[in-house]
Design a protein around this ligand. Structure first.
Ligand SMILES: C[S@@+](CC[C@H](N)C(=O)[O-])C[C@H]1O[C@@H](n2cnc3c(N)ncnc32)[C@H](O)[C@@H]1O
Length: 201
């Protein structure tokens, strides 16, 4: 596949973001997700894994992780930085994934780059691929006001930000029940950021 924005800027992205998390709360959210996924059979899929740093953190927490991303350049960095982990060329639909059980799904700041109608379709696909009790963690730039997703001027690729209630509703429509959410506001950031964990019923 290709992802023109990330393919063009992958080297700069790798230099700019050498760490998996920009803020401690993100690490805590990932740790709570890893606890929710622990012991479940199958692979934990990191959708839009980018450089693979978060996949590596989750692997370090004991999960069997598979990263998937549509940008060959980002995947190139992920494979170089984390040669011990498997990475697959694919998108949020998970169509490129090998067969086999899925223990959990993480999508951090990747679904923002998927057109809202396609996000709905992708999450419905996830629902069909996973069993009851499967945790899903999504993270995204958030909107303050309830309503449809808002396009915003992300520097790398077209992007939409969601009100957390709207994303929770989309997940619920696909059979995932919200378990918790964290919304945090960081100094010098334009938008709040949301992490939302939901579980397949
Ligand atoms: C901001 S980076 C986040 C990377 C990683 N998830 C993290 O938390 O550090 C966004 C990633 O989403 C990927 N992406 C873009 N469009 C996508 C799509 N349609 N499906 C899945 N991932 C996508 C990009 O290639 C990029 O690697």
């Amino acid at each position: 596949m290709t992802q023109p924005g990330y393919d063009a800027l992958a080297d700069l992205y790798a230099e700019t973001f050498p760490d998996p998390y920009a803020f401690p709360i993100e690490r805590h959210a990932a740790a709570a997700f890893a606890e929710a996924a622990a012991g479940r059979p199958g692979r934990t899929v990191d959708v839009g894994c980018g450089l693979g740093h978060v996949a590596a953190d989750l692997a370090g927490r004991g999960l069997d992780v598979l990263g998937v991303d549509p940008s060959p350049a980002m995947l190139g960095h992920a494979r170089r930085l984390h040669p011990e982990l498997p990475f697959v060329d694919g998108d949020a639909s998970l169509a490129a994934l090998p067969d086999g059980p899925i223990a959990a799904i993480l999508a951090r700041f990747s679904l923002i780059h998927v057109e809202p109608a396609a996000v709905r379709a992708a999450v419905r696909d996830w629902s069909g691929r996973v069993g009851a009790g499967t945790p899903v963690l999504v993270a995204f730039q958030a909107a303050d006001e309830p309503g449809p997703p808002l396009a915003f001027d992300h520097v790398v690729a077209p992007a939409w930000r969601w009100h957390p209630d709207e994303f929770a509703r989309l997940l619920a429509e696909a059979g995932f029940t919200e378990s918790w959410r964290i919304v945090h506001r960081e100094k010098d950031y334009r938008f709040p950021m949301a992490h939302l964990l939901a579980v397949r019923g």
